[in-house]
Design a protein around this ligand. Structure first.
Ligand code: EPU
Length: 422
């Protein structure tokens, strides 16, 4: 397994290009199988999770092609199976999107249950509830979800869960509802830009979705969808990660192609922490000139502060003088990074779903273990500011969701090297 070696202490400076959004491109790829003709997803990010989604589509018989520039063609005319195997589904939770897409397209789906993961339990009750309300009969057998619907019919679906709205359930239900007979209304729908982007893609395919990006989504079912071309939105979590890295290293960087409207909570929190953020045409500039202030953060559904940046913000607060409190409201157990940040010298106390962070003057490099995608990003940020060498094990997590992170960081002046597995 590859590792990252980081020599801390460099201030990030320069420009970095933000890639297309992982959490939007994955459902968009699944959505493409709903059409009767091929679609092209322009400049899809080169990520392990994208590779996994393409393998799942191939296992269903869909023909996929990727150009040198990264454009992905999905040809659903060769779709021949409704069964998504465990070996692929287990690699990535978002493979559950083929459930909604296959139900919409074929009225049948056999999809391995995705299971939990290191950031905590990840139930799919809301997916099942919504699809059942559309008329699908769903049962769990031998680790698989077996779903069938003679005819999907539009319904009113309330999707609020114990931790707020669900991005995945909103999208999965939308994927099935676009082919249902009649009108579906999703109340308490997730408002994340990822949901709006998938809706935009589906509308370009001929679907009739209104209200995407608001808590009430209305979907008028259509009989046939056609292929289209789409460029996915920029990745706000990748952008937010570089913004926090710039803040932590007292750097000055410009994020090219980032969308400030998707990052308002993050920009507000960085400004509260004393970091300068400039929203310019087609880019965001982040500059930190030294002293920062402790800042409390509570993660919430969009437009709140994203859970996917909680770990990175904690790394920043760990070297910010004073005490800050970080509360996790989406995944109450998403604190695997706390112990590893502690190995680098961070001082934190956990209490249920919150962490009290007492800023220390400096961190010191050490070997650490990446536990999941965003925790890995937090460890990289900590490694960039730590004195001496930080060796991060298990960086395959980061390859799932950050395009070419070591080269992007190196171009910004970081001293980072991938140590290849033998
Ligand atoms: N939930 C339920 N029941 C469900 C579905 C979700 O109770 O049926 C709960 C979850 O356990 C969680 C909350 O609702 O407490 C929100 O979960 P959501 O369904 O929104 O998450 P998701 O769709 O599984 C996506 C992203 C995650 C991101 C969350 C929250 C993808 C592929 N994943 O997951 O991204 O953290 O939304 O914004 O879009 C990541 O990129 O590192 C990542 C984990």
């Amino acid at each position: 397994m590859d590792k990252f070696m980081i020599w801390g202490g460099e201030r990030l400076h320069g420009e970095v290009e933000i890639s297309a959004c992982k959490n939007a491109v994955l459902p968009v790829l699944a959505a493409a199988l709903l059409a009767e003709t091929p679609s092209v997803i322009k400049k899809a990010p080169w990520l392990k999770d994208v590779d996994t989604m393409l393998l799942i589509l191939q296992a269903l018989g869909v023909t996929t092609k990727r150009s040198f520039e990264g454009d992905v063609t999905i040809d659903p005319t060769t779709l021949k199976s409704w069964e998504a195997p465990y070996e692929l589904i287990r690699k990535m939770r978002s493979s559950i999107y083929v459930l909604g897409a296959l139900l919409g397209k074929l009225g049948k789906a056999v999809v391995s249950l995705p299971g939990g993961c290191v950031i905590g339990p990840r139930p799919i009750d809301l997916h099942i509830k919504g699809l059942t309300q559309l008329g699908a009969a769903i049962e769990k057998r031998h680790g698989y979800l077996i779903a069938e619907a003679k005819q999907l019919r539009g319904a009113r679906i309330f999707l609020g869960g114990p931790f707020g709205s669900s991005v995945g359930a909103t999208i999965d239900i939308m994927l099935a509802a676009v082919k249902a007979e009649g009108v579906t209304v999703i109340e308490s729908a997730a408002c994340e830009p990822d949901v709006a982007d998938v809706a935009l893609f589906l509308n370009k395919m001929g679907a009739k979705i209104t209200g995407a990006g608001t808590p009430t989504l209305t979907i008028e079912g259509t009989k046939e969808l056609h292929g289209t071309e789409h460029t996915v939105i920029p990745d706000r979590i990748e952008a937010g990660t570089y913004m926090i890295a710039a803040a932590a290293t007292d750097g000055d960087i410009a994020l090219l192609g980032a969308e400030p409207r998707h990052l308002e909570a993050v920009i507000a929190k960085l400004r509260e922490a004393g970091v300068e953020v400039f929203e310019e045409e087609g880019k965001i500039r982040v500059r930190s000139t030294g002293t920062k202030r402790p800042t409390d953060v509570t993660t919430l559904s969009y437009p709140g502060f994203p859970t996917d940046l909680q770990a990175q913000f904690m790394a920043l607060m760990s070297i910010t003088s004073g005490v800050s409190r970080i509360v996790e409201k989406i995944y109450p157990d998403r604190f695997m990074h706390v112990g590893e940040l502690g190995r680098l010298g961070a001082d934190m106390t956990m209490d249920s779903n919150s962490a009290l962070v007492r800023g220390v003057p400096s961190l010191s490099g050490a070997p650490v273990m990446a536990s999941d995608l965003r925790a890995s990003a937090a460890l990289i940020i900590a490694g960039l500011v730590a004195e001496g060498e930080t060796l991060i094990h298990r960086v395959y997590h980061i390859d799932r969701g950050y395009v070419d992170i070591e080269n992007k960081l190196a171009n910004l002046g970081a001293k980072i090297r991938r140590v290849k597995a033998n």
